[in-house]
Design a protein around this ligand. Sequence first.
Ligand code: ATR
Length: 269
Amino acid sequence: MFVNLGLVGQPLQHSFSPFIQTCFLKSSGINGGFCCFETDGGESLKETFLTLRQYGFKGVNVTVPHKQAVIDIVDTLDPVAETVGAVNTVRIGDRLEGFNTDAEGFERMLLDAGYDLSGKDVLLLGCGGASMAVLYVLKKYNVRLTVVNRTLSKAEAVLKSMSFDNVQLQDYNFIKGDSGFHYVINGTSIGLEDGNFPDMNRVECSCASVDLQYKKGLTPFLQSMRGSSCGLLDGFSMLVYQAAKAFEIWTGVYPEFSVETISGELGLS
Ligand code: ATR
């Protein structure tokens, strides 16, 4: 049997998903292919899913800008997608089933690297859409959480929507003073354009610093955390782990992979 998989979003020309999913097909010994479908929102998005079903596609990843709009197209939502308010994976069968694998991707990336979040002190920078999957996991592990966000009212709304109480909410003056955490996580888009990140010298991190961003070499945030004696994980690992969970949802097989090998083959390391 040939397994048709794909990606729906716009634009897609720089996506690493086709390469990553093709690695999984190979390592799992599954005969299949992965196609990109650039599509507008609204009726075009609905038509895309009807066509994918007609052509026997087993599943697709969904990326920007359609992660929220797809919620209205799928027939069912898994609890994570419902809480986080975004779908990044759809299983196509008699019904369209929406999932969010970002949260499990984040969790599994840390577990596989030997980290345990249970009851730990965590600093989360940024509280927008990308941080919501992280918050889902942090809540599960009952962490002691401090959130730093530029716009405190936006962070308050996100934390409320996820019923996350018992959080210290701070502005960026917080990182100008001495503090210490087991984990420091960057969920902001700071530095994406100019490569600059606020000075993190006064923030000690003892376990791992995790950035949801990725690029060739160290991201601006991870560069600023290099002084701490902690592990450094970037968003490429999370991308691969969320992709692996999506692959498992479509095929029933959790693939074998090495993030370092995939990243090397893509010229990122
Ligand atoms: P995404 O879906 O990528 O998370 P988002 O929902 O717009 O995008 O969230 C981006 C995050 O980066 C937010 O926490 C945002 O802070 P605000 O809530 O104040 O907007 C943060 N962010 C982006 N640019 C920033 C900057 N220059 N300084 C500080 N925070 C910034």
